[in-house]
Design a protein. Structure first.
Length: 307
């Protein structure tokens, strides 16, 4: 009995560590559009996921014969749906939102993901009662309110950017819930292997995006700009998609959904930190308060699941 409790605790700690690290990688996504000015959201999405697909295909090749025997037609349809919703559609929305509404506004809206997924997770069988999660939700909401008040009061505002950010929020919330349920019923397929299969499927879908994204007659770019674009999308594809998604799938299997949802807070936290580094400044009082409140929300959520 003591061994089972210790094992469960160790698994949860590893899951939390994986969720935090995934957030650190995913936070880089918000810088990519800033690093590649002049390139369209469609080009960013196609480039990132072509790189993801190529790397994933190489890494999964050895296990491919075994996985092909284990996966059913329903599994492949699930992979296609998850790839489209959680990768292609989500990143198209994010890139458009960043370019038209800015990093701050986009990260604020995406920062609602922990609340959305935690609420969805509170309805799972055996989940921690919502009343015990309320302090965590209130702290997270207060943190997001601080960021919103500070960043949006002077923003120009973009209806298109806001709508795209909301679209990204909805698409990834659905992806996180459905992906977790799919992982729970898979047998003989690890979270990393599932992530790589999603990458292969996403890469195949990105081939369809590449045709309109890179058609002749578009805006001209120098060879240096193309090299920078290739470096950025390849780095994002490897670190954010291959590594980040594998870590997230591990956390999805190790943690309850309500606690797993709180791990997405670290995407917002790290995106904000990277933004401060990019802008070469310290966070102001409201921004610092927001980060502290967001982290406190995660701590309260973890404590609720430990009791």
């Amino acid at each position: 009995m003591l061994t089972r409790i210790h094992t469960h605790s160790s698994q949860a700690q590893l899951g939390i560590g994986a969720g935090i690290t995934a957030g650190a990688f995913w936070g880089l996504v918000f810088l990519a559009p800033e690093l590649t000015p002049g390139f369209t959201p469609l080009q960013l999405s196609a480039g990132r996921y072509l790189a993801y697909g190529l790397v994933a295909a190489v890494l999964v090749a050895r296990a491919w014969p075994r996985l092909k025997r284990r996966l059913t037609g329903a599994d492949w349809r699930g992979l296609a749906w998850l790839s489209l919703l959680g990768n292609i559609v989500y990143y198209l929305f994010v890139a458009q939102a960043v370019q038209t509404g800015g990093v701050a506004m986009t990260s604020i809206v995406i920062g609602l993901l922990p609340l959305a997924i935690t609420l969805a997770g509170s309805r799972e069988q055996g989940a921690v009662p919502l009343r015990r999660l309320l302090p965590s939700l209130l702290l997270g909401g207060a943190g997001l309110a601080c960021i919103s008040w500070d960043q949006l009061r002077t923003a120009d505002g973009s209806a298109l950017g806001l709508l795209c950010a909301i679209g990204a929020l909805v698409s990834w919330t659905v992806y996180a819930v459905v992906n977790r349920r799919w992982l729970a019923r898979l047998d003989g397929v690890s979270g990393q292997e599932w992530s790589l299969l999603v990458g292969v499927m996403t890469g195949a879908q990105a081939l369809l995006l590449a045709v309109p994204a890179f058609q002749p007659g578009g805006p001209a770019h120098t060879s240096t700009e193309w090299l920078q674009f290739a470096g950025v999308v390849t780095s994002v594809g490897i670190f954010c998609s291959v590594v980040g998604n594998a870590l997230w799938n591990y956390a999805s299997r190790a943690l309850p959904m309500a606690l797993m949802g709180q791990m997405i807070v670290f995407e917002t936290v790290f995106a904000s930190l990277y933004g401060f580094l990019w802008e070469a400044r310290w966070p102001n009082a409201l921004e610092a308060a927001a980060l502290v409140l967001l982290l406190a929300g995660v701590a309260f959520c973890a404590a609720a699941h430990r009791d």
